[in-house]
Design a binder for this molecule. Structure first.
Ligand code: FES
Ligand code: FES
Length: 159
């Protein structure tokens, strides 16, 4: 089996591993680093569950080869906060009951995290638009949009 060396800055830490050239980023993140918060649903770029942030942009890790991320800064849901210290977005999801089964939630969080960094004062319609690539089958989007608006306000208060 041919492998390639992959070096990432992953949630703020240098990680070096060997990957098959055909491996996608989602599978690699869920493998040796054990970051299973990155969920894999459709595996063809539709559901958004696998969204992570690569060099500041939200990407679908099921559609990206891991070797394409060599040298990049990669953020996954595990890098947002901890159970003891939730990030503002995670706290807002909890406060607004923005999830039921939670399968889609890591992707929602990473999509919104990337968006809110560049768009501190979004409208509800803009939030709905940016979330249109993230499918949630059980909550409806009302609570998710509420959470995004709450998080945006909290983040503005920190700036
Ligand atoms: S698993 Fe990547 S978009 Fe669905
Ligand atoms: S919370 Fe269940 S799919 Fe989104």
């Amino acid at each position: 089996m041919t492998t390639r060396k992959l070096t990432l800055r992953l949630n703020g830490r240098e990680v070096e591993t060997e990957v098959e050239p055909r491996s996608n980023l989602a599978d690699v993140l869920r493998g040796t680093p054990g970051l299973t918060g990155t969920h894999v649903g459709c595996e063809h770029g539709v559901c958004g569950a696998c969204t992570v942030i690569v060099d500041g942009r939200a990407v679908r890790s099921c559609l990206m080869l891991a070797v394409q991320a060599d040298g990049a800064e990669v953020e996954t849901v595990e890098g947002l906060g901890t159970a003891e210290a939730l990030s503002p977005l995670q706290q807002a999801f909890s406060d607004c009951h923005a999830l039921q089964c939670g399968f889609c939630t890591p992707g929602m969080l990473m999509t919104l995290e990337a968006y809110l960094r560049d768009h501190p004062a979004p409208t509800r319609d803009e939030i709905r638009d940016v979330l249109s690539g993230n499918i949630c089958r059980c909550t409806g989007y009302q609570g998710i949009v509420d959470a995004a608006m709450q998080a945006a306000a909290a983040l503005r208060g920190r700036r």
